[in-house]
Write a protein of this length. Sequence first.
Length: 310
Amino acid sequence: MRFGIALETFTPPGKIPSGDSILEMALLAERMGFDSVWVWDHIMLGSRKVYPVLDSLTMLTAIGARTSKIKIGTGVLILPLRNPVVLAKTLSTIQSLSSGRLILGCAAGWYEREFKAVGVDFKKRGNIFEESFQLVRKLLNEREVTYLSGSYNLEHATMEPKADRIPMLIGGYSDSVLERAGRLADGWISYYYKPESYSESWNKVATSARKDGRSPESMSRVDIVPLSIASNFEVGDKIARDFTARYTDLPKNSACTIESSVRGNISDCVAQIKKYESVGINDLVFIPSNYDLEQVEKAGNEILPNFIKK
């Protein structure tokens, strides 16, 4: 199992994300032996109460420039909000500058106000997502791309420079999204899912992959969950719940739950992580409660060694 850290690229109303703090945590995660760091993505979030958010790809560029080996990922990029040709250029540039460390997690989106703001039809976001996903992949990986549609017209188009292949994961919860992930993606990325819920949904992804002649065993399985290392389970649980209540509203039409949190003392946390490992999750990404550097340091020193293969 690999481990990652989610970074504070968005904040609750009244607080502004700090680029310096984000970079400090990314550098600490790399020093402590984490495999990846991940940024959130929104164009705008909230109206009367605005959640400030930094641009995800700009932030990954900065992180990639300051780090040297840790993977850098989006968890998840709202793909339909971007022009896929321009996005492919941005992604290929980040991949080249970071020496092949980029992971693209992407999804169709849920916040209609963002779609209205950029002039994208919210009701068509699923179809837009699929077209954009496949076009971005073509431009990143192929040469002499010819693609003629109502929106995009490319004839013998080659995007250079070519960099290492970028893993393209799909996030989301509905059956249609899980089917799409199995059919198209290099993996599925989830958020606040307990091991048993993840396993149930993953089976749908795997079924779709096999139906399309693909091997689910080669696909990545990623889950992003809160981390709250504390003196005991009760204290850790309270911290994780308070943190989640301030930072996010979990989607109602999904299995997302605060019960997915890894919390308590080190023994508690290790036991909970082993349940994620038992259902085949490849990458468990921690959201450190309150984005506390001490959580990252403790996890690196006291949790990760329990999962290093001897």
